[in-house]
Design a protein around this ligand. Sequence first.
Ligand code: PEP
Length: 247
Amino acid sequence: MRKKVIAGNWKMNMTPTEAAALAERLKNGADTDKSDVIFCVPATDIYAVSQAVKGSNISVGAQNMFFEDNGAYTGEISANMLLDMGVRYVIIGHSERRELFAETNETVNKKVLKAFEKGIVPIMCVGESLVQREKAVTIEWIRMQVKVGLFGVKSDAAKKLIIAYEPIWAIGTGKTATSAQAQEVCSAIRAVLAEIYDADTAEATRVQYGGSVTGANAGELFGQPDIDGGLVGGASLKDDFIKIVNY
Ligand code: PEP
């Protein structure tokens, strides 16, 4: 039985002071027995939010990391830097990073491998554009993203992985995939995991849905057999996040 995992992606919002106040406000209402709850915050907020959630079961995650250990990579953040701040989850390959910061399936793969090497759980994002959905290549596209993203990842690691299926057309648009659309792709992701690894691995890996999740639609989406929770953007900055966690 997979435990649900609900992660807030705070994106580039909140100063450390604001972030600590938000974390304080959200942490008390969230039921962490039913679901693992993660706040994926800007790197500059990790320390403040870690302090704010101390004593709760909420984890703090990062939104990105680089695949090298150290060196001349101005502006980048390494896995060791995140680990030293207590981070155990990192979003990798969010569509905004793919679109705005030229991340590819290959860089995603390098980051996923590095995260596992260091003991950080990657939340690997995949998702199709509206054109891809309209041209009916969604499943092929997602299969490719999963396969390349997981090159060289062993099944023991893949069992700990979180994959976030996030249709790009649903992110920040208020347009949510129907539960049937989301379930279809999440089930296809599980099928490709079974092909790459085996049925046990496919059963163990948690697959989230992300894209305009709210307190009003979370129950329907998370009730699907292959959807193990959500990656939540806009609503993770509001009290609605508590409703999502306690769906
Ligand atoms: C996201 O940023 O991962 C996301 C799903 O955003 P939103 O919930 O705002 O659509």
